[in-house]
Design a protein around this ligand. Structure first.
Ligand SMILES: [Mg+2]
Length: 121
C-alpha cells in the first residue's frame, strides 16, 4: 500500500535533498511544503503516514506546528529536523510528541533508516 510523506522545510535545497533520499523508499508518495502554515492546512485535509518537519521556518515554525497538531489531537509519526544545538528545543519537541529527532545537516543514512522504521517497512 502506498504511504504518504509530507516534507515541510523552507529551504528548497533541503527539501530536494530529503526527497532524493526518501524517494528510494518503496511505494511512497512525497509532498513538499515551504512553511508550517501550508503543511498544517494539508494535514487537516489528509493526514500523512509520516511528517518530516523543519524547526526554523517562516510564517509558522516547527514547534508551532507541533503545538497545533497536538491541540487538534492529530496523532502521526513525525521526524523533527533542526540545527538547533539547544536542548530546550529538542525537549519541547519531545514533549509535543515527535517520534524521532534528526540533526542538521541531515545525514543520508540516518534519515533513510528513520523513515523506513516509522513507516514499518
Ligand atoms: Mg528552515
Amino acid at each position: 500500500m502506498e504511504k504518504t510523506i509530507y516534507i515541510a522545510d523552507d529551504s528548497a535545497v533541503t527539501r530536494m535533498f530529503i526527497t532524493n533520499i526518501v524517494k528510494d523508499v518503496p511505494s511512497v508518495k512525497i509532498f513538499e511544503f515551504t512553511n508550517g502554515e501550508e503543511v498544517v492546512t494539508a494535514i487537516k485535509r489528509k493526514i500523512p503516514d509520516l511528517l518530516i518537519l523543519d524547526s526554523v521556518m517562516p510564517i509558522k515554525d516547527g514547534l508551532s506546528v507541533l503545538k497545533e497538531l497536538k491541540d487538534l489531537n492529530f496523532n502521526l509519526p513525525i521526524i523533527f529536523c533542526t540545527a538547533d544545538i539547544q536542548s530546550t528545543t529538542k525537549e519541547k519537541a519531545i514533549q509535543l510528541g515527535i517520534s524521532e529527532f534528526v540533526n542538521k545537516p541531515i545525514q543520508k543514512d540516518i534519515i533513510f533508516d528513520k523513515v523506513n522504521m516509522l513507516l514499518n517497512l
